[in-house]
Design a protein around this ligand. Structure first.
Ligand code: C2E
Ligand code: CA
Ligand code: CA
Ligand code: CA
Length: 276
């Protein structure tokens, strides 16, 4: 038993070593991509007002292409960035690029930018937001910051201080992935969010499972009573769309109404880079 234990231990540590090596490699590559401003792009996904059917804003989603490996998912490289100071450089890139892109949109719609837990509560985010707005000339009310519950949970007092400062600038703040973290309702009391985004997992379950549909309806009702817009995320089908509208969601975002896509300028660069 002891032997097996030892063997397990060795296998475990080898895996850890490979993971660590891989993480460092990714960190290094991400660092130079950010430094050279190469192969990193923002895609935009429309958020649709269900009443009018019109686009009411767009969420910026980061994309990274490694020429020898293809696209890397943000769910793979954001955590790597969060474990180092790269998250600040990445965050600054995203904020600045999103504000500059949005400042050029003819339709004057707002842009939503995701902010990581690691960026909150360190008194650095407000100045970063202010700088991005100043540099782009984007009107403050056209920027929205998306934070997840876990981001707020990590450092409650510090996170809320940062978010209040950002809100004082006239920037809106949305609570992302609502319902997936713990003590969601507490967060609604501790901060005046402007928008609640219902996680796609509830939306996708809702057509098959009455309970999930009830949760979507309850969150939408809660949003209405709090005077907060609720967005259903991850709407992939017409049935899901119908259901979330019936349950009272005011806005939707998902593949059914529009996939994330680059702006035209970037689309040319990306086509040349990937051969797609
Ligand atoms: P998120 O903020 O919840 O973003 C929504 C994710 O759902 C995006 O994945 C989007 O492409 C995907 N999505 C949109 N519609 C549908 C749909 O109908 N079905 C399904 N299955 N998925 C849909 P993406 O772009 O891979 O991003 C994953 C996560 O990475 C984001 O989740 C966000 O937490 C993080 N992320 C993305 N961009 C940034 C960024 O610029 N900064 C930070 N800090 N995090 C980011
Ligand atoms: Ca988001
Ligand atoms: Ca989300
Ligand atoms: Ca998510």
């Amino acid at each position: 038993a002891k032997k097996a234990g030892k063997r397990c231990y060795r296998m475990f540590s080898e895996k850890m070593r490979i993971d660590m090596y891989e993480r460092l490699r990714l960190q290094e590559r991400l660092s130079s991509a950010l430094r050279d401003n190469r192969n990193i792009f923002l895609y935009y996904q429309p958020i649709i007002d269900v009443k009018t059917g019109r686009t009411m804003g767009r969420e910026a989603l980061i994309r990274w292409y490694q020429p020898d490996r293809g696209w890397v998912s943000p769910t793979d490289f954001i955590p790597v960035a969060e474990n180092s100071d790269l998250i600040d450089r990445l965050g600054e890139f995203v904020l600045t690029k999103a504000c500059c892109d949005a400042a050029g949109w003819d339709d004057g719609l707002p842009v939503a930018v995701n902010v990581s837990a690691a960026q909150l509560g360190r008194d650095t985010l407000t100045s970063m937001v202010r700088a991005a707005l100043a540099r782009s000339g984007l009107s403050h009310d056209r920027l929205e910051i998306e934070v997840t519950e876990t981001a707020v949970l990590n450092n409650e007092a510090g996170a809320i201080r940062d978010l209040l400062q950002i809100r004082d600038l006239g920037v809106r703040v949305a609570l992302d992935d609502f319902g997936t973290g713990s003590s969601s309702l507490t967060h609604l009391l501790s901060f005046p969010f402007d928008k609640i985004k219902i996680d796609g997992s509830f939306v996708q379950d809702a057509v098959q499972r009455k309970k999930a549909a009830a949760i979507v309806g309850a969150i939408a009702g809660l949003g209405a009573r709090l005077g907060v817009t609720t967005v259903a995320e991850g709407v992939e089908t017409r049935d899901q769309l119908r259901l979330v509208v019936r349950e009272g969601c005011r806005a939707i975002q998902g593949f059914h109404t529009g996939r994330p896509a680059p702006m035209e300028n970037d689309a040319h660069v990306i086509a040349a880079l990937t051969g797609e």
